[in-house]
Design a protein around this ligand. Structure first.
Ligand code: FCB
Length: 453
């Protein structure tokens, strides 16, 4: 028997993010975000594009809901644009922004689709960046104000809240590696940013619970499964450091109320942190961050093979035996199984959702007008199967969101990467469900599939 079934009540959906799909960058009172500024800075985006128009979802949301309904989606993870809600970062509320998401939520509920709302998927109001951005503690306070406004307005209908998407990206990738907005190269700022993002999560959770009775509240982290290139002691140590940099730096505060000691020493040793260490951590912060949550959101795309010599470059030596997606990421489904089991063993989140998993392949529509994205379908099939093995091993995995509902603005890569299970023609805004979407519809309907199929 190769047929597998997921537990009853398992939630199947897709995910998107505001800046990647909405467009309407200057409409209805939305202010500039750090991504608008970054995308319009020459040289930052591979194809010189921006999210100004993107998938025009701001105007096409009703069609997009109909599309999801047609594909049998049970849930939809989207994010809310802070600059639409509080154009000044804090203070005056822009009712038009609230109304947009309120209509979206009503439309989803009418279509029988459960909304999962992410409060922060990277579009910080530029005015808050000008005042210091995430390295400034005041930004955490501003986030709490924003989270309060949103959850008061939508908390009666949205019952699944994700405070932050991928704090590693919003801090290290943005303030140190400089690949994402605001594009800085400063270790200390990046680690302070990470702290204030985590702090803002911890501060917001009790408020969200108060504003949205009975809601599930969690946070989404991105993980790269770190695999040592060899058994040599220095490679194993480098792998542990990479895991500390990428994964444990966020997991330990959230689940153990502490930063990993080995990493604090590591950062101090080479001057990434001042000798005094984490001076931005104030008394009580770690307890605030470690507030119990209802779930951990897991974003998984690939692994990194680490050796002492590659650690310096911040990444791993790809194993050439493995296929890669167009992001140049190795296809490694087993990594998802190992990751879920490891998270369950080491940190015991109350439950988990895979909040993102998917693949970039640019197969265009063929002569028949359809998109035969067999590689994406196989990718999803193998990752679903890996998560099913984790469930059988006892992992409390409650749902799965494919990244992404549709092709969209892939951050620094612009429109050069296509992650959608629905094709988007950016000239006409036509949407075409790809073969992977049609296959996914059956998986959802059957709550399972044939692993050999
Ligand atoms: C994740 C992001 C998401 C998308 C995918 C490919 O890091 O959360 O917005 O860009 O990668």
């Amino acid at each position: 028997m190769t047929q597998i079934h997921f537990p009853s009540g398992f939630v199947w959906g897709t995910a998107t993010a505001s800046y990647q799909i909405e467009g309407a960058a200057h409409e209805d009172g939305r202010s500039e975000s750090i991504w608008d500024r970054f995308a319009h800075t020459p040289g930052k985006i591979l194809d010189g594009s921006s999210g100004d128009v993107a998938c025009d979802h701001y105007h096409r949301w009703q069609d997009d809901i109909a599309l999801m309904k047609g594909l049998g989606m049970q849930a939809y993870r989207f994010s809310i644009a802070w600059p639409r809600i509080l154009p000044g970062g804090r203070g005056a509320v822009n009712q038009a922004g609230i109304d947009f998401y309120s209509r979206l939520v009503d439309g989803l509920l009418e279509a029988g689709i459960t909304p999962f709302a992410t409060l922060y998927h990277w579009d910080l109001p530029q005015v808050l960046q000008d005042a210091g951005g995430w390295p400034a503690r005041a930004t955490a306070e501003a986030f709490v104000e924003y989270a309060d406004v949103v959850t008061r307005a939508l908390g009666d209908r949205v019952k699944h809240w994700i405070t932050h998407n991928e704090p590693w990206c919003a801090s290290l990738l943005s303030y140190q590696i400089g690949e994402h907005a605001p594009g800085l190269h400063d270790w200390h700022a990046a680690l302070a940013a990470a702290h204030h993002i985590l702090l803002s999560h911890g501060m917001a959770v009790p408020l969200i619970r108060a504003n949205s009775p009975g809601a599930e509240v969690g946070i989404t982290l991105n993980f790269t499964q770190a695999v040592s290139a060899s058994e040599r002691a220095e490679d194993v140590a480098a792998t542990r450091a990479f895991d500390g940099f990428f994964n444990r730096w966020f997991l330990d505060p959230l689940y153990r109320a502490t930063y990993p000691d080995d990493m604090v020493e590591f950062y101090k040793a080479d001057g990434r942190l001042p000798a005094g260490g984490l001076e931005f951590v104030q008394s009580g912060d770690m307890t605030t961050i470690a507030v119990p949550t209802d779930f951990l959101g897991v974003n998984y795309y690939t692994r990194a093979v680490i050796s002492a010599s590659t650690l310096e470059q911040g990444g791993g030596a790809p194993d050439s035996r493995l296929e890669r997606t167009e992001m140049d990421w190795e296809v490694y489904p087993e990594g998802l199984e190992h990751l879920l089991v490891r998270l369950h063993t080491d940190y015991q989140p109350a439950k988990m959702y895979v909040t993102e998993n998917g693949a970039s392949y640019s197969d265009p529509p063929g002569p028949d007008g359809l998109v035969h994205d067999e590689r994406r379908r196989t990718f999803l099939r193998d990752h679903f199967a890996a998560s099913h093995r984790a469930i059988e091993a006892g992992v409390p995995l409650a749902g799965y969101f494919v990244w992404s509902l549709m092709d969209n603005f892939e951050w620094a890569k612009g429109y050069t990467q296509r992650f959608g299970i629905v094709w988007v023609d950016y000239d006409t805004q036509e949407r075409i469900p790809k073969d992977s979407a049609l296959w996914y519809r059956h998986v959802i309907a059957d709550n399972g599939f044939d692993t050999a199929g």
